[in-house]
Design a protein around this ligand. Sequence first.
Ligand code: FMN
Length: 242
Amino acid sequence: MVRAFIPESVGYGIQTHAQLGFALMNVVDAVNARLSVRQFLSTPVADDQLKSLLSNASRSPSGGNVQPWRIYIVNGESMTRMREFLAGQPPLDEPEYDIYPKSISEPYRTNRFTIGEQMYATLGIAREDKAGRQRQFANNNDFFGAPAAMFCYIDRQMGPPQWSDLGMFLQTFMLLAEESGLSTCAQEYWSVRHKSVTSFVGAPENEMLFCGLAIGFADKAAPINSLRSERMPLSEWATFVQ
Ligand SMILES: Cc1cc2nc3c(=O)[nH]c(=O)nc-3n(C[C@H](O)[C@H](O)[C@H](O)COP(=O)(O)O)c2cc1C
């Protein structure tokens, strides 16, 4: 019997997939099915489902078991309030970290360029249609219509190893969400609105925002959700040392 472990501390105990109401999904299925969803249905997400995902995601490894992730969840009514709050805040803050290296080299630069071009092509937005591109980018600000979101923070004393741990937590959460029928889109976008987000969620000064994660049920009919991002061939990034 496949079991999902949920710590006693959150009062859920250990539950089977059936008890959790999930379809059975292998890890490889979840890895291959997950993609960044950029149009969500308004269908609500239950707090209990999010608690269960968070509890399971906390089984992610971290160096020294430091567990550096600090997570803020906005869902349902608090999401309605957050949208209203954001509308009255400055549109942009100076980000606290470089989202990309200042002059990113090849092949990374092309990878980044390609996904952007493919996304706009999926939507039929031409390269010269700057307004159309900006409108699509601005959908970040509405969490792509998602009813729920989480914000990933990390204590400022932490360095690259702990940021990597936070990334592992994020990926584990996304895979578990996939298994439970939910879709996600990680959003570094929120680093350019970190002051507004921090003010709303009430994170203390010693914590720094890494990214948001839009969470909800995918609008499967939306063209943008048909985008399947490419990956470089193994030979370009893995070396079997002889
Ligand atoms: C940490 C992180 C931050 C991201 N930030 C954004 C974002 O702000 N807006 C967005 O549309 N996509 C964002 N993405 C999604 C990436 O563009 C996406 O993961 C990548 O193109 C691969 O596509 P896939 O997730 O569909 O496999 C982010 C992904 C990660 C992992």
